[in-house]
Design a protein around this ligand. Structure first.
Ligand code: NAP
Ligand code: ZN
Length: 351
């Protein structure tokens, strides 16, 4: 089947309307009419070739919510009409240690990304959620239990939500823990909401003084404008855990010095250019760690979605038309997003 999509033909070209192919559902496939798709900074990094290896045409989008329109004859978990989500992965080997542990994002044979991943389908690489429909293997489809009128604001949970949830859970963030969230963008604003909901003391770090009140409203107990050295110094050696979501290269020592003994800063931001080397002295005087984390497994993504439905948590979004994606990217680069753009796929026209 042919559906309408938005994508780029080259790294230096804007996103344009295009027709793309979707396979007919196989026995284990779920066909989904996409209602909304969030706009992640990873979409921008990929479309503009900042990480290398982008295949064109590139149709990004891995924060997908929609409704099931068809299922394969072996699918038992989903019905036509059901509300579902798809995140950053559409396949993995399902037989390595990581997959056995429900950590498909660390699949030893490589997971298949929702876009720019290998597939036998035309054109030979996966095409993502900036499109009207997608066909996905049932084991990579998530159940969405939020109310229908919240669906646009649920879409960002499929990447920004799980990418912050997974490390917060892995490093046991909860009551009695002091947690920093660095960068109040799409990921960071979810990090603040989720760390707060998990019961931690939350400090938001931002380079944008105008986000101070917003960060408090999102659930931060305190906000630090990171350009202000005195505000930073007041938190020296005090954090159990810091989640760094910043999309650009920056000085990590400014944050590792804020960790207490045995504290960890986990990087989830994946900038185009490397960070300056962290100071070894700051790490060894305090047995501090710098770690990394990649999205989250399917099981924990479902747990996160259910937790958010139960606690009334969604993203703070600005809805856009597909034709506005490039302008949204430019605003994202200026940290001018409050706090996730979401594409209304109705703007793509009828196929
Ligand atoms: P985003 O919405 O653009 O937010 C990034 C935030 O970082 C900005 O809003 C800004 O917050 C801060 N920032 C930007 N430039 C900065 C600079 N030069 N110095 C300090 N702070 C700066 O991006 P996102 O969608 O949240 O994604 C963030 C990063 O995570 C991207 O690199 C993305 O590719 C990556 N990512 C990783 C994973 C993973 O699995 N690890 C998953 C998804 C995304 P303030 O205005 O508050 O300073
Ligand atoms: Zn993402």
């Amino acid at each position: 089947m042919t559906v309408k999509a938005f994508g780029a033909h080259a790294a230096d070209k804007p996103l344009v309307a295009m027709d793309i192919f979707r396979r007919a559902p196989g026995p284990h496939d779920v066909e989904i009419a996409i209602a909304y798709c969030g706009v992640c900074h990873s979409d921008l990094h990929t479309v503009r070739g900042e990480w290398g290896g982008t295949q064109y045409p590139c149709v990004p989008g891995h924060e997908i919510v929609g409704h099931v329109t068809a299922v394969g004859d072996q699918v038992t978990g989903f019905k036509v009409g059901e509300t579902v989500g798809v995140g950053c992965m559409v396949d993995s080997c399902k037989h390595c240690h990581a997959c056995d542990d429900g950590l498909e994002q660390y699949c030893e044979n490589g997971f298949t990304g929702t876009y720019n991943g290998p597939t036998p389908d035309a054109p030979g690489h996966t095409l993502g959620g900036y499109s009207q429909k997608i066909v996905v293997k049932d084991s990579f489809v998530l159940k969405v239990r939020h109310a229908e009128d919240q669906l646009a604001a649920v879409a960002p949970l499929l990447c920004a939500g799980i990418t912050t949830w997974s490390p917060l859970r892995h490093w046991n963030v909860g009551p009695g823990k002091k947690v920093g969230i660095v960068g109040i963008g799409g990921l960071g604003h979810m990090g603040v909401k989720l760390a707060h909901a998990l019961g931690a003391q939350v400090v938001a770090f931002t380079t944008s003084p105008d986000k101070r009140q917003d960060a408090l409203d999102l659930g931060a107990d305190e906000v630090v404008v990171s350009k202000n050295p005195e505000e930073m110094a007041a938190h020296t050696r005090s954090f159990d855990f810091i989640l760094n979501t910043v999309a650009a290269s920056h000085n990590l020592d400014a944050y590792t010095t804020l960790l207490k003994l045995d504290g960890t800063m986990c990087l989830v931001g994946a900038p185009e250019h490397p960070h300056p080397s962290p100071s070894v002295g700051v790490l060894i005087f305090g047995r501090r760690s710098i770690a990394g984390s990649l999205i989250g497994g399917i099981k924990e993504t479902q747990e996160m979605l259910d937790f958010c439905a139960e606690h009334g948590i969604t993203a703070d979004i600005e809805m856009i038309k597909a034709q506005e994606i490039d302008a949204a990217y430019e605003r994202m680069l200026k940290s001018d997003v409050k706090y996730r753009f979401v594409i209304d796929t109705a703007s793509m026209g009828v196929s």
